[in-house]
Write a protein that binds this ligand. Structure first.
Ligand code: GLA
Length: 387
């Protein structure tokens, strides 16, 4: 958690005024990977890692931003958009400001200061947390009450235009709508989010950061997305009613999937089966069948590794180690892949032993010290006080 008082004081020192504070969390996805941009289902939860933006309005159209993580300041003008895709952190902030403006929201000049403990590259959605916290701050100081879904869409728009990643909507939606004690079952076609309680008395969620992120993450992500779209085009010849892989049932796939060229067939098989696993996992969570949730998570990992091919040697090692531990219900990679983190559901009584075993065994196998921590499902974005 970010020290609010420190951020508040740093802001006051730099800009000579008192700020308001706005936060947005990172997320971990329990199941439903690479389904969001296929119009399908996801089951993520907001976590206790967060980005906090301190903000105060200005009289002109400038937005000055200082990042405490980068120890660096930058600025942009709301009236003259800067060049998109500069490859820097400001792209996220400027991108969301312009996306909000073009969706009709009022945004005014402001001084911002950012502090975050969702670190980039860990696969826990540092970018969504930054977009959402910045968007909430910019609309907040302009006196606007932003609709959460509209803000999530503005964050996604920022990624598409200013950052250059064709991401889905999962990360931004869970960052705005997260609910303490719950995961969210999100229908990424209708954007409807249903909270599903997580039995945190009996189970813990363990996140393991592999500390490795491969360079191809962003380019391969866009390749996967294009492969899915191609899959839809080809399947439409036999199934004219479909517009996204979400519309393809397992029976449809059994009948027509065999005609698809590789690797498109396997990419589509992952999405079709992952949507079913996600719906089953949400239903099982609701009735407390945690063993079933765990085994669906394990199968999701296999499918991401073999069919979708977005895992990595390090993620596979973390998952194998976790799955071998007593008390682990299920384990899988989480997020876009090619590095980043894994998520495991673990019996509360085994938590300490499991986190210790994973750290030691991963280090023995790879020579890398992982970051292993236990997290709780937390709330989505909100304005917070400094104490
Ligand atoms: C990234 C994207 C999400 C989603 C996941 C994969 O986190 O930002 O939209 O596609 O990858 O499930």
């Amino acid at each position: 958690m970010i020290e609010r008082q420190t951020l508040w004081s740093e802001f006051r020192q730099r800009y000579g005024r008192a700020p308001r504070l706005f936060r947005a969390p990172g997320r971990v996805n329990l199941i439903g990977e690479h389904t969001d941009y296929n119009g399908g289902f996801v089951l993520p939860m907001a976590i206790d890692l967060e980005t906090v933006v301190a903000a105060a309005p200005r009289a002109d159209q400038k937005v000055r931003v200082y990042s405490l993580n980068m120890n660096e300041g930058a600025e942009f003008d709301l009236e003259n958009p800067g060049t998109p895709q500069r490859g820097m952190w400001l792209d996220y902030v400027e991108g969301v400001a312009h996306a909000l403006l073009s969706s009709g929201m009022r945004v005014i000049g402001a001084d911002l200061m950012i502090s975050s403990d969702v670190l980039p590259g860990c696969g826990l959605s540092s970018s969504a947390a930054l977009e959402v916290a910045s968007g909430l701050a910019l609309t907040g100081v302009a006196g606007e009450d932003v609709d959460p879904v509209q803000l999530a869409l503005a964050g996604q728009q920022a990624e598409h235009t200013y950052v250059g990643t064709m991401c889905g909507i999962m990360d931004q939606l869970v960052s705005v709508l997260g609910r303490r004690g719950h995961a969210l079952l999100i229908d990424c076609r209708t954007l409807e989010a249903t909270p599903v309680p997580l039995d945190t008395k009996n189970i813990g969620v363990v996140v393991c950061n592999s500390m490795v992120r491969h360079e191809l993450a962003s380019s391969e992500y866009n390749v996967r997305r294009a492969e899915c779209e191609r899959g839809v085009e080809l399947l439409q010849e036999a199934l004219p009613g479909i517009s996204k892989l979400r519309d393809v049932t397992s029976r449809d796939f059994e009948e027509h999937g065999g005609h698809l060229p590789e690797p498109i067939r396997r990419r589509c098989r992952h999405v079709v089966t992952e949507n079913q696993r996600t719906l089953r996992a949400a239903a099982s969570l609701r009735v407390g069948d945690l063993d079933e949730v765990g085994s669906l998570m394990n199968r999701s990992h296999e499918s991401l590794r073999d069919d979708y091919e977005v895992s990595s040697a390090e993620l596979d090692a973390l998952v194998e180690i976790a799955q071998d531990c007593e008390g682990v219900l299920g384990s899988r990679m989480t997020g876009g892949g090619f590095g980043g983190s894994t998520v495991s559901l673990v019996h509360r009584t085994a938590l300490e032993e499991v986190t210790r075993t994973i750290s030691t065994a991963y280090e023995e196998r790879t020579g890398i010290t992982p970051k292993v921590f236990i997290t709780e499902p937390g709330d989505g974005m909100q304005e917070v006080s400094r104490d």
